[in-house]
Write a protein that binds this ligand. Structure first.
Ligand SMILES: Nc1ncnc2c1ncn2[C@@H]1O[C@H](COP(=O)(O)OP(=O)(O)OP(=O)(O)O)[C@@H](O)[C@H]1O
Ligand SMILES: C[C@@](O)(CCOP(=O)(O)O)CC(=O)O
Length: 446
């Protein structure tokens, strides 16, 4: 990967919703989310004509996967429609779309060319964007011998659709880092600067719009919020902000994206002052084999809430109270208070699951978390996000003894219970999206 003066590298972290699953979908309640040290990085390179690439092409590649590159042509859409990209058939490989990448290109390029500063289509020159995801986003089935040094960005030996995700929020981190990289690459600093509050606001609003469009639903957006801002107590934006956008490729789309993204009506609340992790503690993630169908679980919780308003609202309010308490306790490192608040979060999430029929903290998870919490140095545990069978989040003391005990326990538990549970390397992290420096080696490992 050659170094180039006009390259930008933008990274965004994964997420863990420690407390506030389901309630954070409703603007009346907030959730506590931490960023994760597993990042998705996007590196841009202008394409040189000598490479023989057609002049209106944008290439996005994700070289850790097979069939890993997507080539797009781009054309202006009349009537303030912005830009529409069309995936070009590479001819040599199977034609595979990447809906998240394509939607992000449509939104971000349309935003850029429709800005009132009269950016024209000519500001979009051919370029290549390389996606590099930290290893913890995916579980691998291939084993390397202990003597083989692990690459920073491992090759997965399969296509993205077949890769086993660990649930760290790859699509939100990808959309956010790609959006940040496109904006940094094509716009002058006077129009986009990721290090300023207004730059982060643009990145947040545009990434939320693109991510919602790509996933075909308007979720709470906590994953994109933490990809941009890192750890925070998050209150969602009003979904109506995104409901009137026309589809990409139609008249008025580009103008509508600019109006929406730059609108003063965005009402999300990102409270960073309330969140930090005291020295001596770490947030760690456990990956457990087994899937979770978040969409159907949300439907079950909503149906229960509709039919049991008073009880559900009481539970939601109690849970939100614990969000605030847990945030404060993590910040000052009060182990007793963390233990108590995480215990309450577990109790309330378990009850929400039992009442609604959604398997939020299934009995197998209850067993594993109870046993984990008995280990010395484990302060508390929860099923993060929507819950289910596939993950656990731990707050532990930051010492090798505790990590060793947790790893040994998970190995023994996996054998005993016939599951695969392992401690991921990833750590809870406070910082959000950032411009990475080009340090002349770090991005050339693939
Ligand atoms: N490294 C990557 N390179 C290219 N595209 C990626 C990459 N990682 C994720 N994506 C895109 O994001 C999609 C996965 O999004 P999806 O919403 O299914 O999972 P997710 O956000 O990782 O889920 P979770 O919140 O459970 O972690 C992939 O199909 C692909 O389009
Ligand atoms: C259930 C929900 O509140 C959290 C889902 O979190 P996760 O994808 O399981 O980390 C949905 C949402 O907030 O969009």
């Amino acid at each position: 990967m050659p170094e180039h003066k006009n390259s930008s590298v933008v990274s965004a972290p994964g997420k863990v919703l420690l407390a506030g699953g389901y309630i954070v979908l409703d603007r009346d309640y907030s959730g506590l989310v931490f960023g994760l040290s597993a990042r998705i990085n996007v590196v841009s390179h202008p394409i040189q004509p000598t490479q023989g690439v057609h002049l209106t092409e944008i290439v996005v590649e994700s070289p850790q996967f097979d069939d890993d590159s997507w080539v797009y042509g781009y054309t202006p859409v009349e009537g303030h429609g912005g830009v529409k990209v069309t995936q070009l058939d590479p001819g040599t490989k199977p034609f595979k779309p990447n809906h998240f990448v394509e939607t992000t290109l449509n939104y971000v390029l349309s935003y850029i060319v429709s800005l009132p500063a009269k950016q024209t289509l000519s500001s979009i020159h051919p370029a290549k964007f390389t996606i590099l995801a930290d290893n913890d986003y995916y579980s691998t089935t291939t084993t390397t011998s202990p003597s083989t040094p692990q690459r920073r960005f491992r090759h997965l030996g399969q296509t993205i659709s077949k890769a086993n995700k660990t649930g760290l929020g790859s699509s939100a981190a990808l959309v956010t880092s790609l959006t940040g990289c496109l904006l940094s690459h094509y716009l002058p600093r006077s129009l986009f600067d990721l290090s300023t509050p207004s730059g982060r606001r643009t990145l947040h609003n545009l990434s939320q719009a693109a991510h919602c469009a790509a996933q075909g639903k308007i979720g709470s957006g906590f994953d994109v919020a933490s990809a941009v801002y890192g750890s925070c107590v998050y209150r969602r934006f009003s979904p109506s902000l995104l409901s009137a956008l026309p589809p990409p490729g139609t008249r008025g789309f580009g103008r509508a994206v600019v109006e929406t993204v730059n609108s003063p009506d965005w009402d999300q609340e990102i409270s960073k002052e309330e969140t930090d992790l005291a020295e001596g503690l770490k947030i760690r993630m456990v990956d457990v084999t087994g899937g979770t169908a978040t969409v159907s679980m949300v439907k079950l919780v909503n149906a229960w809430r509709e039919g049991n308003k008073a009880e559900a609202d009481g539970l939601f309010a109690e849970l939100e109270g614990e969000v605030k308490v847990l945030a404060g306790a993590l910040k000052v490192g009060d182990e007793q208070a963390i233990k108590r608040a995480m215990g309450e979060v577990r109790r309330l999430m378990k009850r929400m699951g039992v009442e609604s029929g959604a398997e939020i903290e299934p009995d197998s998870q209850t067993k594993m978390l109870d046993e984990l919490e008995r280990l010395e140095g484990v302060v508390g545990s929860v099923v993060p996000g929507a819950g289910g069978y596939d993950a656990a989040a731990l707050v532990i003391r930051d010492d090798e003894g505790t990590v060793g005990r947790v790893e040994r326990f998970l190995g023994e538990y996996s054998q005993r219970e016939g599951v695969k549970a392992r401690l991921l390397d990833v750590l809870g992290e406070v910082e959000g999206a950032r411009l990475e420096s080009w340090d002349g080696g770090r991005w050339q490992e693939l």
